[in-house]
Ligand binder design. Structure first.
Ligand SMILES: C[S@@+](CC[C@H](N)C(=O)[O-])C[C@H]1O[C@@H](n2cnc3c(N)ncnc32)[C@H](O)[C@@H]1O
Length: 363
C-alpha cells in the first residue's frame, strides 16, 4: 500500500517517482535515484512503508513525515486531487479474477469465445483503420486474437503490443503469435503501466477496457501512450437489458439459483461503460477529443448448441454465478439448453447483442 502523505489518499497512480528522502530503516536507494514503478519500489523496500504524493499534490511534496520514506513525483499524472482512493485503485480484484478462474476459462474456451466475439469486433478494427507500418497498442488483449489481426493489418513494418493482466491468457496469446515478429505482449495493468510517452499511433481494445477501478486514470495513462493526433477505438457492451447474448442463460437458470445482486452502475465489469454519457465524461476528463459512440446491434453467437451451452455454463453472468453455486449447474442444464435451442439458426445459436463502438483522438 502506498499512501500519499500530503492528501492522505492511497494511490498507485504514479509511474515515475524520484527519490527525495529516506528515513526508514529499510531504505537503501541513494538520493536522486529513479524508481519507475510501485512494484520496483516495493521490491527495493521490502516491508517498508512507502509514501508518495499523488498527481494532484506534487506541489506539497516538500513537507516531511518523520519515519517515512518520501518520494516526489517527477511529473503529475492528472490524478483527482483530494479524492480519497482506497486499495481498489490497484485493480487487485480484477487482477485476481483474470488470473484465477476467469483467465483459465478463457484459455480453455478460446476457440468458441473467439468465434463469438470476433464478428462483434470487426467494426472497431474498421473504425481504427490501422495502416501498414503503424504502432498499435491492444489493451486487454486476452488470448491475442485481435492482436494477431492487428499484426496482419500493420504488417512487418509495423508493431503491435498486446497488454493484459492475465498470465494464462498472455501465455496462450504468445504461443499463438510465434509467426508474427511484429506482435509482442506485455503483462501490464493499463491503468498504471508506464508506457513510453507518445509511443504508439493507435490504441485498440475489444472488451478489454471496462474493468478499471479508476477509468479516468486509466484513460489518462493510455492517452499519454498515444502520439499527438493518435486514435483510440474500443468495443464495449451497452446495457445488460439490451444483451440477451449475455443474459439469456442466466434467466433460464434463475429458478435454480439465489437472486443475483445487480452490479452497481459503472462498477468495473462488462457493463461498466453502458452509459454513453459516462463514457464521454471519462474520455473528456482523460483529455481525449473527437469522442464518438456508435451503436452496433448484431445477432451474436455463432457456436453450435453444445459449444454455446459450454460457454454459458462457464463465462458471463451465469458462469460467474455457477462458480459460486456449482451444484445449481446440473439442475439448470436442461432449462439452459432449451433456452439456447430456441435461438438456433442454421445449426448455430444466435442471440441479439448491443455494443458501443467508441472512437476518440489524442488532440
Ligand atoms: C472480456 S476479456 C476480452 C479479451 C480479448 N480482448 C478478447 O476480445 O478476446 C477482458 C480482458 O481484459 C483484461 N483486463 C482487465 N483489466 C485490465 C487492465 N487493468 N489492464 C489490462 N488488461 C485488463 C483481462 O485480463 C481480459 O483479458
Amino acid at each position: 500500500m502506498v499512501w500519499c502523505w500530503t492528501c492522505c489518499c492511497t494511490t498507485l497512480k504514479f509511474t515515475r517517482v524520484s527519490f527525495s528522502r529516506a528515513t526508514s530503516p529499510g531504505a537503501s536507494l541513494p538520493a536522486g535515484s529513479l524508481v519507475t514503478s510501485f512494484i520496483e519500489a516495493s521490491a527495493r523496500f521490502p516491508g517498508g512503508t512507502l509514501k508518495t504524493s499523488c498527481g494532484g499534490c506534487t506541489e506539497g511534496a516538500s513537507a516531511e513525515a518523520p519515519g517515512a520514506t518520501h518520494f516526489r513525483l517527477s511529473r503529475p499524472l492528472g490524478a483527482a486531487h483530494g479524492r480519497c482512493m482506497d486499495s481498489s485503485d490497484t485493480n487487485a480484484a480484477q487482477i485476481a479474477y483474470w488470473n484465477e478462474a476467469a483467465g483459465q476459462t478463457w484459455v480453455d474456451l478460446q476457440d468458441d469465445l473467439d468465434r463469438q466475439i470476433e464478428p462483434l469486433g470487426r467494426a472497431v478494427l474498421e473504425a481504427l483503420a490501422p495502416k501498414a507500418g503503424e504502432r498499435v497498442l491492444d489493451i486487454g488483449c486476452g488470448c491475442g486474437q485481435s492482436t494477431l489481426t492487428l499484426g496482419d493489418l500493420v504488417g512487418a513494418s509495423g508493431s503491435v503490443l498486446g497488454a493484459d493482466i492475465s498470465k494464462p491468457m498472455l501465455a496462450l496469446a504468445r504461443a499463438r503469435s510465434g509467426g508474427a515478429p511484429q506482435v509482442s505482449y506485455i503483462e501490464a495493468d493499463a491503468q498504471t503501466f508506464d508506457f513510453p510517452p507518445a509511443g504508439v499511433d493507435a490504441i485498440h481494445s475489444r472488451f478489454g477496457v471496462m474493468f478499471f477501478e479508476n477509468p479516468t486514470a486509466a484513460f489518462t495513462n493510455l492517452r499519454r501512450a498515444l502520439r499527438p493526433g493518435g486514435r483510440l477505438a474500443f468495443l464495449c457492451w451497452r446495457d445488460i437489458s439490451e444483451n440477451p447474448i449475455m443474459t439469456l442463460p442466466m434467466q433460464a437458470a434463475a429458478r435454480h439459483l439465489p437472486p443475483a445482486e445487480p452490479p452497481a452502475p459503472g462498477a468495473p465489469g462488462p457493463f461498466a461503460f453502458a452509459d454513453p454519457e459516462r463514457v464521454r465524461a471519462i474520455l473528456t476528463d482523460a483529455g481525449f477529443a473527437e469522442i464518438a459512440l456508435a451503436r452496433q446491434d448484431m445477432l451474436g453467437g455463432g457456436n453450435t448448441l453444445e459449444s454455446a451451452l459450454g460457454l454459458a455454463l462457464r463465462v458471463g453472468p451465469l458462469g460467474r454465478m455457477l462458480r459460486e453455486y456449482p451444484d445449481a449447474g446440473p439442475a439448470a442444464l436442461a432449462d439452459i439448453r432449451a433456452a439456447l435451442a430456441a435461438h438456433l439458426v442454421d445449426g448455430r445459436v444466435r442471440l441479439p447483442s448491443a455494443t458501443w463502438i467508441v472512437t476518440a483522438r489524442n488532440p
